[in-house]
Design a protein around this ligand. Structure first.
Ligand SMILES: Cc1cc2nc3c(=O)[nH]c(=O)nc-3n(C[C@H](O)[C@H](O)[C@H](O)COP(=O)(O)OP(=O)(O)OC[C@H]3O[C@@H](n4cnc5c(N)ncnc54)[C@H](O)[C@@H]3O)c2cc1C
Length: 314
Protein backbone atom coordinates (compact mmCIF):
# COMPACT_ATOMS: atom_id res chain seq x y z
CA UNK A 1 0.00 0.00 0.00
CA UNK A 2 1.16 3.52 -0.74
CA UNK A 3 0.45 5.80 2.26
CA UNK A 4 -0.10 9.53 1.90
CA UNK A 5 2.03 10.05 4.98
CA UNK A 6 4.31 7.83 7.04
CA UNK A 7 5.07 9.20 10.49
CA UNK A 8 8.16 7.98 12.32
CA UNK A 9 7.73 8.07 16.11
CA UNK A 10 4.61 7.90 18.26
CA UNK A 11 5.36 10.50 20.89
CA UNK A 12 3.15 13.58 21.32
CA UNK A 13 4.46 15.14 18.10
CA UNK A 14 4.03 12.03 15.90
CA UNK A 15 0.60 11.22 17.33
CA UNK A 16 -0.59 14.81 16.84
CA UNK A 17 0.70 14.66 13.27
CA UNK A 18 -1.38 11.49 12.85
CA UNK A 19 -4.54 13.14 14.23
CA UNK A 20 -4.19 16.12 11.90
CA UNK A 21 -3.28 13.94 8.90
CA UNK A 22 -6.50 11.98 9.39
CA UNK A 23 -8.50 15.21 9.72
CA UNK A 24 -7.34 15.88 6.13
CA UNK A 25 -8.20 12.28 5.22
CA UNK A 26 -4.63 11.36 4.39
CA UNK A 27 -3.92 7.63 4.69
CA UNK A 28 -1.56 7.51 7.65
CA UNK A 29 0.89 4.99 9.06
CA UNK A 30 2.72 5.67 12.32
CA UNK A 31 5.81 3.56 13.03
CA UNK A 32 7.04 3.38 16.61
CA UNK A 33 10.21 1.58 17.68
CA UNK A 34 9.13 1.00 21.27
CA UNK A 35 5.87 1.91 22.94
CA UNK A 36 3.47 4.60 21.73
CA UNK A 37 3.38 7.62 24.04
CA UNK A 38 7.02 8.59 23.69
CA UNK A 39 8.94 10.04 26.63
CA UNK A 40 5.71 10.39 28.63
CA UNK A 41 5.17 6.64 28.67
CA UNK A 42 8.78 5.56 29.01
CA UNK A 43 10.64 8.23 30.97
CA UNK A 44 8.25 9.83 33.43
CA UNK A 45 4.92 7.95 33.54
CA UNK A 46 3.88 8.95 37.05
CA UNK A 47 5.07 12.56 36.93
CA UNK A 48 2.34 15.16 36.71
CA UNK A 49 2.37 17.45 33.70
CA UNK A 50 1.21 20.94 34.65
CA UNK A 51 1.85 22.81 31.43
CA UNK A 52 -0.18 21.02 28.76
CA UNK A 53 -3.07 23.43 28.13
CA UNK A 54 -6.49 22.04 28.92
CA UNK A 55 -5.23 20.00 31.87
CA UNK A 56 -4.35 21.73 35.11
CA UNK A 57 -2.47 18.57 36.08
CA UNK A 58 -2.35 15.15 34.45
CA UNK A 59 -0.07 12.16 34.94
CA UNK A 60 2.23 11.77 31.93
CA UNK A 61 1.26 8.17 31.23
CA UNK A 62 -2.42 9.12 31.14
CA UNK A 63 -1.75 12.06 28.82
CA UNK A 64 0.28 9.75 26.54
CA UNK A 65 -2.52 7.17 26.59
CA UNK A 66 -5.06 9.82 25.52
CA UNK A 67 -2.79 10.91 22.66
CA UNK A 68 -2.54 7.27 21.47
CA UNK A 69 -6.29 6.68 21.73
CA UNK A 70 -7.03 9.90 19.87
CA UNK A 71 -4.66 8.94 17.05
CA UNK A 72 -6.12 5.42 16.78
CA UNK A 73 -9.72 6.67 16.84
CA UNK A 74 -8.83 9.19 14.14
CA UNK A 75 -7.98 6.25 11.89
CA UNK A 76 -4.19 6.11 12.04
CA UNK A 77 -2.57 2.74 11.49
CA UNK A 78 -0.08 2.39 14.34
CA UNK A 79 2.69 -0.20 14.51
CA UNK A 80 4.61 -0.47 17.79
CA UNK A 81 7.92 -2.30 18.24
CA UNK A 82 9.04 -1.43 14.73
CA UNK A 83 12.18 0.70 14.44
CA UNK A 84 12.72 2.73 11.28
CA UNK A 85 16.27 2.28 10.06
CA UNK A 86 16.12 3.39 6.43
CA UNK A 87 14.72 6.27 4.38
CA UNK A 88 15.28 6.22 0.63
CA UNK A 89 13.78 7.88 -2.40
CA UNK A 90 12.00 5.38 -4.68
CA UNK A 91 10.84 7.09 -7.86
CA UNK A 92 8.36 9.77 -6.79
CA UNK A 93 7.87 8.29 -3.32
CA UNK A 94 9.73 7.48 -0.13
CA UNK A 95 10.65 3.96 0.91
CA UNK A 96 10.79 3.53 4.67
CA UNK A 97 12.67 0.48 5.94
CA UNK A 98 12.09 -0.92 9.42
CA UNK A 99 13.26 -3.83 11.52
CA UNK A 100 10.19 -5.72 10.18
CA UNK A 101 9.73 -4.63 6.57
CA UNK A 102 9.32 -1.84 4.05
CA UNK A 103 6.59 0.74 3.46
CA UNK A 104 6.05 3.41 0.82
CA UNK A 105 4.78 6.91 1.38
CA UNK A 106 4.11 10.01 -0.67
CA UNK A 107 5.42 12.03 2.26
CA UNK A 108 7.18 11.35 5.54
CA UNK A 109 7.02 13.13 8.90
CA UNK A 110 9.97 12.48 11.20
CA UNK A 111 8.97 12.74 14.87
CA UNK A 112 11.59 10.63 16.61
CA UNK A 113 12.01 12.90 19.62
CA UNK A 114 15.37 12.43 21.26
CA UNK A 115 15.71 9.21 19.26
CA UNK A 116 16.25 5.83 20.78
CA UNK A 117 18.10 6.73 23.88
CA UNK A 118 19.93 5.33 26.81
CA UNK A 119 20.35 7.18 30.06
CA UNK A 120 23.82 8.56 30.68
CA UNK A 121 25.65 6.82 33.47
CA UNK A 122 27.81 8.13 36.27
CA UNK A 123 30.61 5.64 35.57
CA UNK A 124 31.48 5.22 39.26
CA UNK A 125 32.33 2.04 41.21
CA UNK A 126 29.20 0.12 42.23
CA UNK A 127 26.91 1.61 39.57
CA UNK A 128 26.88 -1.43 37.27
CA UNK A 129 26.68 -3.94 40.12
CA UNK A 130 23.58 -2.29 41.66
CA UNK A 131 21.74 -1.35 38.47
CA UNK A 132 18.13 -2.43 38.98
CA UNK A 133 18.66 -3.19 42.69
CA UNK A 134 18.96 0.33 43.96
CA UNK A 135 20.41 2.24 41.00
CA UNK A 136 17.74 3.53 38.63
CA UNK A 137 17.64 5.97 35.71
CA UNK A 138 14.16 7.39 36.10
CA UNK A 139 11.04 7.24 38.26
CA UNK A 140 8.74 4.55 36.88
CA UNK A 141 6.32 4.79 39.78
CA UNK A 142 6.79 7.37 42.52
CA UNK A 143 4.84 5.19 45.01
CA UNK A 144 7.71 2.65 45.03
CA UNK A 145 9.81 5.14 47.01
CA UNK A 146 7.42 5.40 49.93
CA UNK A 147 9.29 5.62 53.24
CA UNK A 148 12.71 5.26 51.56
CA UNK A 149 15.89 7.36 51.57
CA UNK A 150 16.64 8.40 48.02
CA UNK A 151 19.57 10.20 46.46
CA UNK A 152 18.99 11.85 43.09
CA UNK A 153 21.87 12.90 40.86
CA UNK A 154 21.53 15.77 38.36
CA UNK A 155 20.70 19.45 38.15
CA UNK A 156 18.30 19.79 35.22
CA UNK A 157 14.52 19.70 35.13
CA UNK A 158 14.45 15.88 34.97
CA UNK A 159 16.39 15.57 38.24
CA UNK A 160 14.44 18.28 40.03
CA UNK A 161 11.10 16.92 38.86
CA UNK A 162 12.10 13.40 39.93
CA UNK A 163 12.94 14.75 43.41
CA UNK A 164 9.68 16.70 43.60
CA UNK A 165 7.69 13.64 42.52
CA UNK A 166 8.96 11.42 45.30
CA UNK A 167 9.52 13.89 48.12
CA UNK A 168 5.98 13.49 49.46
CA UNK A 169 6.31 9.71 49.74
CA UNK A 170 10.00 9.27 50.59
CA UNK A 171 11.49 9.42 54.08
CA UNK A 172 14.44 11.54 52.92
CA UNK A 173 15.51 12.91 49.53
CA UNK A 174 19.00 14.18 48.64
CA UNK A 175 19.69 16.05 45.42
CA UNK A 176 23.32 16.00 44.31
CA UNK A 177 24.48 18.37 41.58
CA UNK A 178 28.04 18.92 40.38
CA UNK A 179 27.64 22.64 39.61
CA UNK A 180 26.87 25.59 41.86
CA UNK A 181 23.54 26.33 40.19
CA UNK A 182 20.72 24.20 38.80
CA UNK A 183 20.02 24.30 35.07
CA UNK A 184 16.28 24.06 35.41
CA UNK A 185 13.10 26.09 35.18
CA UNK A 186 12.65 28.66 37.94
CA UNK A 187 9.36 27.00 38.90
CA UNK A 188 11.17 23.74 39.69
CA UNK A 189 14.12 25.44 41.39
CA UNK A 190 11.72 27.39 43.65
CA UNK A 191 9.68 24.27 44.45
CA UNK A 192 12.84 22.35 45.40
CA UNK A 193 14.02 25.25 47.58
CA UNK A 194 10.65 25.33 49.37
CA UNK A 195 10.60 21.54 49.91
CA UNK A 196 12.55 19.52 52.47
CA UNK A 197 14.81 18.02 49.77
CA UNK A 198 18.43 18.13 50.99
CA UNK A 199 20.51 19.87 48.35
CA UNK A 200 24.22 19.15 47.85
CA UNK A 201 25.69 21.54 45.26
CA UNK A 202 29.21 21.27 43.78
CA UNK A 203 28.94 17.60 44.67
CA UNK A 204 29.51 14.34 42.83
CA UNK A 205 28.98 10.68 43.56
CA UNK A 206 32.26 8.83 44.02
CA UNK A 207 31.10 5.34 44.98
CA UNK A 208 28.00 3.24 45.50
CA UNK A 209 28.05 0.30 47.90
CA UNK A 210 25.75 -2.12 49.73
CA UNK A 211 24.96 -5.80 50.09
CA UNK A 212 22.15 -7.21 47.91
CA UNK A 213 20.74 -3.69 47.62
CA UNK A 214 22.30 -0.24 47.66
CA UNK A 215 23.02 0.95 51.21
CA UNK A 216 25.57 3.77 50.99
CA UNK A 217 26.77 6.44 48.59
CA UNK A 218 30.03 8.33 48.92
CA UNK A 219 29.61 11.93 47.76
CA UNK A 220 32.47 14.43 47.51
CA UNK A 221 32.43 18.18 47.24
CA UNK A 222 34.35 19.09 44.08
CA UNK A 223 35.52 22.43 45.50
CA UNK A 224 36.54 21.42 49.05
CA UNK A 225 37.21 17.73 48.16
CA UNK A 226 35.46 16.82 51.40
CA UNK A 227 33.86 13.34 51.34
CA UNK A 228 30.79 12.09 53.15
CA UNK A 229 28.93 8.80 53.19
CA UNK A 230 25.15 8.95 52.97
CA UNK A 231 22.90 6.01 53.87
CA UNK A 232 20.33 5.46 51.13
CA UNK A 233 17.92 2.83 49.79
CA UNK A 234 18.13 3.92 46.16
CA UNK A 235 19.85 6.28 43.73
CA UNK A 236 18.12 7.85 40.77
CA UNK A 237 20.52 9.08 38.10
CA UNK A 238 19.14 11.88 35.91
CA UNK A 239 22.16 13.29 34.10
CA UNK A 240 20.85 13.20 30.53
CA UNK A 241 20.62 10.78 27.62
CA UNK A 242 22.81 9.31 24.94
CA UNK A 243 21.06 8.92 21.67
CA UNK A 244 21.45 6.13 19.17
CA UNK A 245 20.96 8.04 15.94
CA UNK A 246 23.70 6.67 13.69
CA UNK A 247 21.31 5.89 10.84
CA UNK A 248 19.95 9.47 10.75
CA UNK A 249 23.22 10.71 9.25
CA UNK A 250 22.86 8.26 6.35
CA UNK A 251 19.46 9.60 5.29
CA UNK A 252 20.97 12.72 3.69
CA UNK A 253 19.12 15.26 5.84
CA UNK A 254 20.63 18.61 6.68
CA UNK A 255 21.42 18.33 10.38
CA UNK A 256 22.40 20.49 13.30
CA UNK A 257 25.09 18.42 14.98
CA UNK A 258 24.50 14.68 14.96
CA UNK A 259 21.03 14.48 16.49
CA UNK A 260 18.84 17.35 15.30
CA UNK A 261 17.18 17.89 11.94
CA UNK A 262 17.19 21.41 10.55
CA UNK A 263 13.71 22.57 9.51
CA UNK A 264 12.28 25.66 7.86
CA UNK A 265 9.25 27.51 9.27
CA UNK A 266 6.93 25.13 7.39
CA UNK A 267 8.70 22.18 9.08
CA UNK A 268 10.17 21.01 5.78
CA UNK A 269 13.59 19.37 5.90
CA UNK A 270 16.27 19.45 3.21
CA UNK A 271 14.61 16.41 1.53
CA UNK A 272 11.52 17.05 -0.63
CA UNK A 273 8.38 15.57 0.92
CA UNK A 274 10.09 14.90 4.25
CA UNK A 275 8.93 17.01 7.20
CA UNK A 276 9.82 16.90 10.88
CA UNK A 277 8.44 18.01 14.24
CA UNK A 278 8.98 17.67 17.97
CA UNK A 279 12.17 17.31 19.98
CA UNK A 280 14.12 16.12 16.94
CA UNK A 281 13.92 19.44 15.07
CA UNK A 282 16.27 22.37 15.17
CA UNK A 283 15.40 26.00 14.54
CA UNK A 284 16.33 29.17 16.39
CA UNK A 285 14.61 29.37 19.78
CA UNK A 286 13.23 25.80 19.63
CA UNK A 287 11.69 24.77 22.97
CA UNK A 288 11.48 21.06 23.76
CA UNK A 289 8.01 20.78 25.28
CA UNK A 290 4.95 18.66 24.52
CA UNK A 291 2.89 21.60 23.38
CA UNK A 292 5.54 22.98 21.01
CA UNK A 293 5.99 19.55 19.41
CA UNK A 294 2.22 19.34 18.88
CA UNK A 295 2.15 22.79 17.27
CA UNK A 296 4.99 21.86 14.95
CA UNK A 297 3.14 18.66 14.04
CA UNK A 298 0.14 20.69 12.82
CA UNK A 299 2.44 22.74 10.58
CA UNK A 300 4.29 19.63 9.36
CA UNK A 301 1.00 18.02 8.31
CA UNK A 302 -0.27 21.19 6.60
CA UNK A 303 2.97 21.17 4.58
CA UNK A 304 2.79 17.41 3.89
CA UNK A 305 -0.80 17.85 2.70
CA UNK A 306 0.19 20.56 0.21
CA UNK A 307 3.07 18.38 -0.95
CA UNK A 308 0.88 15.30 -1.43
CA UNK A 309 -1.89 17.24 -3.21
CA UNK A 310 0.51 19.23 -5.40
CA UNK A 311 0.02 20.51 -8.11
CA UNK A 312 -3.75 20.68 -7.29
CA UNK A 313 -3.06 22.57 -4.10
CA UNK A 314 -0.98 25.72 -4.42
C1 LIG B 1 11.82 13.74 32.77
C2 LIG B 1 11.14 14.61 31.75
C3 LIG B 1 10.05 15.37 32.12
C4 LIG B 1 9.39 16.18 31.17
N1 LIG B 1 8.31 16.92 31.57
C5 LIG B 1 7.66 17.68 30.67
C6 LIG B 1 6.51 18.45 31.05
O1 LIG B 1 6.09 18.44 32.21
N2 LIG B 1 5.89 19.21 30.11
C7 LIG B 1 6.34 19.26 28.81
O2 LIG B 1 5.74 19.96 27.98
N3 LIG B 1 7.43 18.53 28.41
C8 LIG B 1 8.09 17.75 29.30
N4 LIG B 1 9.17 17.03 28.91
C9 LIG B 1 9.59 17.09 27.49
C10 LIG B 1 8.63 16.27 26.62
O3 LIG B 1 8.49 14.96 27.13
C11 LIG B 1 9.16 16.23 25.18
O4 LIG B 1 9.32 17.55 24.71
C12 LIG B 1 8.17 15.47 24.28
O5 LIG B 1 8.01 14.12 24.71
C13 LIG B 1 8.66 15.48 22.83
O6 LIG B 1 7.73 14.76 22.06
P1 LIG B 1 8.20 14.06 20.70
O7 LIG B 1 7.00 13.40 20.15
O8 LIG B 1 8.95 15.03 19.87
O9 LIG B 1 9.28 12.99 21.13
P2 LIG B 1 9.23 11.70 22.09
O10 LIG B 1 8.29 11.86 23.19
O11 LIG B 1 10.67 11.42 22.41
O12 LIG B 1 8.69 10.56 21.13
C14 LIG B 1 9.45 10.11 20.04
C15 LIG B 1 9.10 8.67 19.77
O13 LIG B 1 9.82 8.25 18.60
C16 LIG B 1 10.26 6.92 18.78
N5 LIG B 1 11.40 6.67 17.90
C17 LIG B 1 12.65 7.19 18.01
N6 LIG B 1 13.43 6.72 17.00
C18 LIG B 1 12.63 5.92 16.24
C19 LIG B 1 12.85 5.14 15.07
N7 LIG B 1 14.03 5.11 14.47
N8 LIG B 1 11.82 4.41 14.56
C20 LIG B 1 10.59 4.45 15.16
N9 LIG B 1 10.34 5.16 16.29
C21 LIG B 1 11.34 5.89 16.82
C22 LIG B 1 10.62 6.85 20.27
O14 LIG B 1 10.62 5.51 20.73
C23 LIG B 1 9.53 7.72 20.89
O15 LIG B 1 8.41 6.94 21.30
C24 LIG B 1 9.85 16.22 29.82
C25 LIG B 1 10.95 15.44 29.43
C26 LIG B 1 11.60 14.64 30.39
C27 LIG B 1 12.77 13.80 29.96
Amino acid sequence: MLYDVIIVGAGPAGLTAGIFARARELSTLILEARQAGGQLAVLYPTKSVYDYPGYIAIEAEELGRIFVEHARLSGCELHEGEEVTELKRKGEHWRVGTTKGYYEGRSVVLAMGIGLFESKRLAVPGEDAFEGSGVFYGVKDRREYKGKRILIVGGGDSALEAALQIVVHAAEVFLVHRREQFRAMEKNVDAVARSHIKILMNSEVAQISGDKEVRHVVVYNNTTLEKRTIDVDAIIVQVGFETKSGWLKKWGLEMEGERLIKVKVDMSTSLPGVFACGDIVFYTSKEKRIVTGCGEAVTAIASAYKFVKSPYWA
